[in-house]
Design a protein around this ligand. Structure first.
Ligand SMILES: Nc1ncnc2c1ncn2[C@@H]1O[C@H](COP(=O)(O)OP(=O)(O)OP(=O)(O)O)[C@@H](O)[C@H]1O
Ligand SMILES: [Mg+2]
Length: 320
């Protein structure tokens, strides 16, 4: 097992009442760790705790360490050293991370100036590189434009570029595709997958959508009422859910995907320990693999074949 980039151990959060109880997660470099569960189960609080963004009255217990350094209880100065630099966050609504009245280039280079001391042409060059990485078209031109001049999917790509500006070790993504059209979702998920692999990023992907998990996560933790009730690698969880609540969530997926339709193995019949990459090789539940590029939905291939960026036109981009 790889050493964890981020360890959450026995995390408790109490805001007038216990809201997160004994949550433990190990985030490994290069892997996507899904955190699923119903609304109000404590997913967002868990990720906010990592960045010290809980409300002031919150009481916490347990431990959150980044490469061995304890984060719980760090003062503002210590947190500022880490936020955005070593641990970055992407939210459901990209507008939450982008300033509406600042050009995209300024927002990207501000991060670099503050955290990396990078300015002028060097910062601009890196900003173009980042927009290229997240596949925003015409990156040099895009730097001069404002967030509202992009589609919802492109805005999320830009928010991800901002998150990557300082080359973090950990990326916390809280429902990053929930506000997006399904074809646009596919492109963003593919991007997160590629980033995790190419940059050795440890990703925590928070979503209530097990369909999204089935397409992208390496491991999946399922939360209910502030606790993790099941934690397994993706293939095991979808093939053989142990907890009644996980089974219920799977059964609630459109088309009751827990009963795999004829000819579709929910995890593609791939043995995840048999030398096959469980994510690239395994077809997710429902036969729609947003990662492997197979099995299009309704005849539309969400990733392969079409130009992912052009597919994100403003009419289809943000659904909010
Ligand atoms: N600032 C706060 N003060 C008091 N209670 C809060 C606060 N923030 C969240 N909670 C409560 O904590 C619980 C967990 O909230 P959290 O936002 O982590 O849920 P979630 O799993 O992310 O849900 P969703 O899928 O709807 O985003 C909920 O019962 C919520 O009402
Ligand atoms: Mg939430």
């Amino acid at each position: 097992m790889t050493a964890s980039a981020l360890s959450i151990r026995d995390l408790t959060i109490d805001i007038g009442r216990p809201l997160v109880q004994g949550v433990s997660l190990e985030l490994e470099p290069g892997r996507i760790h899904g955190l699923a569960g119903e609304s109000g189960s404590g997913k967002t609080l868990t990720s906010l705790a990592v960045l010290g963004l809980l409300p002031r009255q919150a009481r916490t217990g347990g431990s959150i360490t980044l490469a061995g350094e304890e984060l719980l209880g760090l003062k503002r100065r210590g947190l500022n050293r880490i936020r955005g630099k070593r641990i970055a966050m992407v939210f459901q609504d990209p507008s939450a991370s982008l300033h509406p009245q600042l050009p995209v280039g300024r927002q990207l280079t501000d991060h670099m100036r503050v955290h990396l001391g990078l300015k002028g042409a060097a910062a601009r060059e890196r900003a173009v590189e980042l927009l290229t990485t997240v596949q925003v078209p015409n990156p040099a031109e895009a730097l001069k434009r404002y967030p509202h001049q992009f589609s919802g999917g492109q805005r999320q790509r830009i928010a991800i570029a901002c998150a990557l500006a300082c080359d973090p070790e950990v990326l916390l993504a809280d429902e990053p595709t929930t506000a997006l059209d399904v074809t646009v979702q596919a492109g963003i998920l593919q991007l997160l997958r590629d980033l995790a692999t190419e940059r050795n990023l440890a990703v925590l992907l928070v979503t209530h959508d097990l369909g999204v998990m089935s397409a992208i996560a390496d491991t999946v933790a399922v939360m209910k009422d502030g606790r993790i009730v099941e934690l397994a690698d993706r293939a095991t969880l979808f093939r053989d859910p142990q907890h009644e609540y996980t089974r219920m969530l799977l059964a609630a997926l459109p088309g009751s995907r827990i009963e795999a339709p004829a000819g579709v193995d929910p995890v593609g019949g791939v043995d995840p320990v048999g030398g096959v990459d469980p994510v690239a090789g395994a077809a997710p539940v429902g036969g729609v693999d947003l990662v492997g590029g197979a099995a299009p939905v309704g005849g539309v291939d969400p990733v392969g074949g079409v130009d992912r960026v052009d597919a994100e036109d403003p009419d289809r981009g943000g659904r909010r």
